[in-house]
Design a protein around this ligand. Structure first.
Ligand SMILES: *[C@@H]1O[C@H](CO)[C@@H](O)[C@H](O)[C@H]1NC(C)=O
Length: 420
């Protein structure tokens, strides 16, 4: 009896001791686990994004460019692309049929090559595509692993919105030109390249064209391309070539560049997200880049060309709902984030940081603004609308002449006496 009681006592004490240590361990784990899990998530995400490279090229701006076999790029992580046959060239080009020498993915005799900084240290071999390597710090700067490489929601300028408060919801400001009311199958423009100053790392400044499908609801489709300065995304203030896509108004689908599966790149020379150089200087040399986006009428894929020579690749039609058919609106212009640091308007610049009135060499421009019409031809718009939320901060003016076709000057300094 006494022995049994003693044993029970001992067992109870043992249980208490074990429970005590178990609590200690689980308490300390609870403190550490989220960090460990985040580290693991970041590493997993990096492993998904950074594919094994055949060759690696270091760039002067600190970037690492991986030459990844074309069939092993991130796009093919998409379940719908498992058995996809890569299209090595478009079936159709809106600037007319071309010979293979002109639009090839290989360098030929070019007059005015557009430079990406990493080219100084090498080229990717044929059969590979250059991918800017994502670093741990790049992911850690994002609000979460899930949001890395994605734009914040509700960022598309909505010219006809009756509620400017809604448009300004997360402080995005625009100065754009647009066409709407038709069916559009692409867009083109030549965009002046600058390096605008960004006041805070969580802000950005970009100049791009938007190919938009659907109304501005939760299922907005958008394809975007241009240049941007985004310290949060890239870790520096360099001007970089970028693309973006979404089929649900920036919620779950889409991303910048190749930071998710979707865009299929075929070009071996130009890296998405890589720095563009040189950039324009005030009252000095001006540089610009051409971007063309068009829909292949046969396969339905949306293609992108950079400059006159680089067919970059395509967004498969199945990524989209409205854009699987056609676009309902095209926009050209600038966008910045106004996070209102110190309670005032941001001094982050758009374009060159100068207002349109100043003109060439001072203000930034888009020239040869065109869209692809229902017959798949490039057309200059008959009428073009312009839109900005606060013209005292960033403004836009459109015009046309024989040399430049339709053009806009756009941008501004942000904070100034008239934009407090
Ligand atoms: C980017 O520019 C801002 C000022 O515009 C500066 O404070 C910051 O240090 C720069 N960041 C880098 C990484 O050069």
């Amino acid at each position: 009896m006494a022995a049994a009681h003693f044993n029970r006592e001992r067992t109870r004490r043992r249980i208490a001791v074990v429970f005590f240590f178990w609590s200690l361990i689980s308490l300390s784990c609870a403190g550490r686990l989220p960090v460990e899990r985040q580290k693991l998530d970041v590493q997993k995400h990096l492993n998904r994004l950074n594919k094994p490279a055949v060759e690696t090229i270091k760039s002067l701006d600190g970037d690492t460019i991986d030459c990844v076999p074309i069939s092993q790029q991130p796009a093919f992580d998409h379940p719908f692309l498992k058995d996809h046959k890569i299209q090595m060239r478009p079936n159709y080009h809106p600037e007319g049929l071309y010979d293979d020498n002109k639009v090839s993915t290989k360098a030929k005799d070019r007059t005015n090559p557009i430079n990406q900084l990493w080219h100084m240290n090498g080229k990717c071999p044929e059969g590979t595509i250059p991918i800017r390597r994502t670093k741990k710090d790049d992911v850690l700067r994002a609000s979460s692993v899930k949001r890395f490489g994605k734009k914040k929601r509700r960022t598309v300028p909505q010219p006809r919105s009756a509620d400017p408060g809604l448009m300004n919801e997360n402080g995005h400001q625009h100065a754009i030109a647009y066409v709407e009311g038709g069916k559009y199958y692409g867009a083109k423009a030549t965009i002046n390249v600058w390096e605008p100053k960004i006041q805070q790392p969580n802000e950005f400044s970009l100049s791009q064209l938007w190919v938009l499908g659907g109304s501005f609801g939760e299922d907005l489709n958008s394809i975007e391309a241009g240049w941007q300065v985004s310290p949060d995304l890239y870790g520096d203030n360099n001007t970089r070539l970028f693309t973006y896509w979404t089929s649900d108004a920036y919620q779950a689908t889409g991303c910048y560049n190749l930071l998710c599966s979707g865009f299929i790149q075929i070009n071996s020379e130009i890296a998405m997200g890589a720095s563009i150089s040189p950039v324009s200087a005030f009252r000095n040399s001006q540089y610009d880049i051409s971007i063309l986006i068009w829909k292949d009428p046969k396969e339905g894929n949306w293609w992108m060309q950079f400059g006159n020579d680089y067919v970059m690749g395509y967004w498969p039609s199945f990524l989209f709902s409205y854009l699987a058919d056609s676009a309902s609106m095209i926009e050209w212009g600038g966008e910045v984030v106004n996070s209102q640091p110190d309670g005032q308007h941001t001094s982050t610049q758009m374009g060159s940081g100068r207002f349109p009135e100043e003109g060439f060499g001072k203000s930034s421009y888009f020239r040869n603004i065109q869209f692809v019409d229902e017959s798949n031809n490039l057309k200059a718009p008959k009428g073009i609308g312009t839109f900005t939320e606060q013209s005292n901060c960033y403004d836009v003016q459109s015009g046309s002449n024989g040399d430049w076709g339709h053009y806009i000057y756009y941008g501004g300094p942000g904070r100034n006496p008239n934009c407090p």
